[in-house]
Design a protein around this ligand. Structure first.
Ligand code: ATP
Ligand code: MG
Length: 381
């Protein structure tokens, strides 16, 4: 007899002929997640199993966070020939349960002497006799006692919901504008959950923002790195650009022009990294630079799709997600980011494109961007 985890995947089922490719990708990601636990991950009969782990709770905690995993079932694998032993194991697995149950047997080995209805009936009967706290409900049972008869017998009752989504890397690559705030890590997490490999860009305005502020962003990236299977962070020196904008452009437009520069630089880095889109943590109306008119001006600076997965989220919803994925406590650390240092008193909420272009006309755009790219540091976390 052996304890293992049966890993159930969700949307991969939708993928038709590509399914083996998605399953292989998911297996690789699960292997990455459980490294160090001594676990073995393998596919058998189209199902993914994990076994040989030293710490079951830790193993479950990690596997349920892998994008692409729908749920995890702690299961027992045992010889199917001794039916009494199979029944004994089923009784053991529901020993502490109460309420209603149903046995759900599946027999893929058609030579097995009992068919599924017979197994259901016999195991159900023995469970009823052994556990007075359980009643049968075949329509809406609280507990489903699953028994699969394959080359071996597999039994499982507990189904632990997992994060869902699709395996990272199966849907391409995108570049996240990662600040030290609450929103952008959540935005990156949401897109990664859809199977996208994340590449991050952070704009750093030393000495206006400290090394601690940069460390904070790297800590956020490290936090995301488990789910995202590693992230490359491009730290771009942004002080010169901010100073120039501050000196030469109309004050109410400085934030937007700065945002447009961030987008342009992120787009260059994205193209070098074979990213197909940019990701930001913006949501409609959250601040002046996120009115619909303002968002249109930042879109206008690039020739690449810009994904804003938080666009319709309230701040409270974003905070809730940040808490759940573990980035909130880092984002709440007090180090200032480069936007807060140069914030105008009255930012334009209905910006005029000609004013932006007029302001930008006073800057040596190509040289500024090139120097920022030349000074960029790449850190893999
Ligand atoms: P966040 O909480 O993620 O910082 P925010 O609500 O503070 O977002 P803004 O400061 O207006 O909003 O930034 C909007 C978006 O621009 C961020 O979500 C992020 O994607 C990007 N951004 C802002 N500052 C930086 C930065 N220093 N480096 C990289 N991206 C940034
Ligand atoms: Mg911010």
């Amino acid at each position: 007899m052996q304890n293992l985890l049966l890993v159930r995947y969700g949307e991969i089922f939708l993928k038709g002929l590509n399914r083996p490719y998605f399953i292989r990708a998911l297996v690789r990601k699960i292997r990455y997640a459980v490294r160090g636990l001594g676990a073995e991950v393998w596919v058998h009969d189209g199902r993914i199993f994990v076994r040989g782990f030293s710490d079951p709770e830790e193993c479950i905690a990690r596997v349920t966070r892998v994008f692409g995993v729908h749920s995890v079932c702690p299961a027992v694998e045992m010889p199917k020939e001794d039916f009494d032993a199979v029944c004994g194991q089923a009784i053991e697995m529901v020993r502490d349960l109460q309420g209603t149950f149903k046995v759900n047997a599946r027999r893929s080995d058609k030579r097995y002497p009992m068919n599924s209805p017979m197994i259901n009936q016999e195991v159900g009967y023995r469970i009823l006799n052994a556990n007075p706290n359980l009643k049968v409900d075949v329509h809406e049972p609280e507990h489903l006692v699953n028994i699969e008869i394959r080359d071996m017998a597999y039994l499982y009752v507990r189904v632990i919901p997992a994060v869902g989504g699709m395996p990272v890397g199966t849907n391409g690559n995108a570049t996240l504008l990662l600040s030290g705030g609450i929103d952008s890590p959540v935005a990156g997490w949401m897109i990664a959950k859809r199977g996208v490999q994340i590449n991050a860009v952070h704009f750093h305005s030393y000495p206006y923002t400290s090394d601690r502020a940069k460390e904070k962003v790297l800590d956020l990236a490290r936090k995301l790195s488990f789910s995202c299977c590693g992230i490359k962070v491009h730290v771009v020196p942004f002080t010169e650009i901010q100073m120039q904008i501050h000196e030469k452009c109309p004050e109410e437009y400085t934030t937007l022009i700065m945002r447009r520069y961030m987008m342009r630089i992120a787009e260059r880095i994205a193209r070098q990294s074979e990213s197909e889109a940019l990701i930001t943590g913006e949501s409609i109306g959250q601040v002046a630079s996120q009115t619909m008119t303002a968002l249109a001006t930042t879109d206008d600076a690039v020739h690449m799709p810009v994904f804003r997965p938080l666009i319709g989220f309230d701040k409270s919803e974003i905070i809730e997600t940040a808490r759940r994925i573990g980035t909130l406590e880092i984002s709440e650390l007090p180090f200032e980011d480069c936007c807060t240092v140069f914030t105008p008193r009255h930012p334009a909420t209905h910006p005029k494109m000609e004013k932006i272009l007029e302001g930008e006309g006073r800057l040596q755009q190509e040289e500024l961007i090139q120097r920022a790219l030349d000074g960029t540091e790449v850190i893999r976390v």
